[in-house]
Write a protein of this length. Structure first.
Length: 58
């Protein structure tokens, strides 16, 4: 992703599917993801680590 994605965009960050919540500082965006323990976490990640979804989720 070259630009900051709009709020609500679904993307891939490493092995997780995440929802973009908004802009963070610098080249970071805030994301929401659900971890293996079942808890939802809010995290700031670098824009370069976000990838668009493929045609197939699973």
């Amino acid at each position: 992703m070259n630009r900051k994605p709009p709020r609500g965009t679904i993307a891939r960050c490493r092995e997780r599917i995440v929802e973009v919540l908004g802009e963070g500082r610098g080249q970071r965006v805030m994301i929401r993801s659900i971890h293996a323990d079942g808890f939802e976490r809010l995290t700031a990640v670098k824009l370069i680590n976000l990838l668009p979804l493929d045609d197939q989720l699973f």
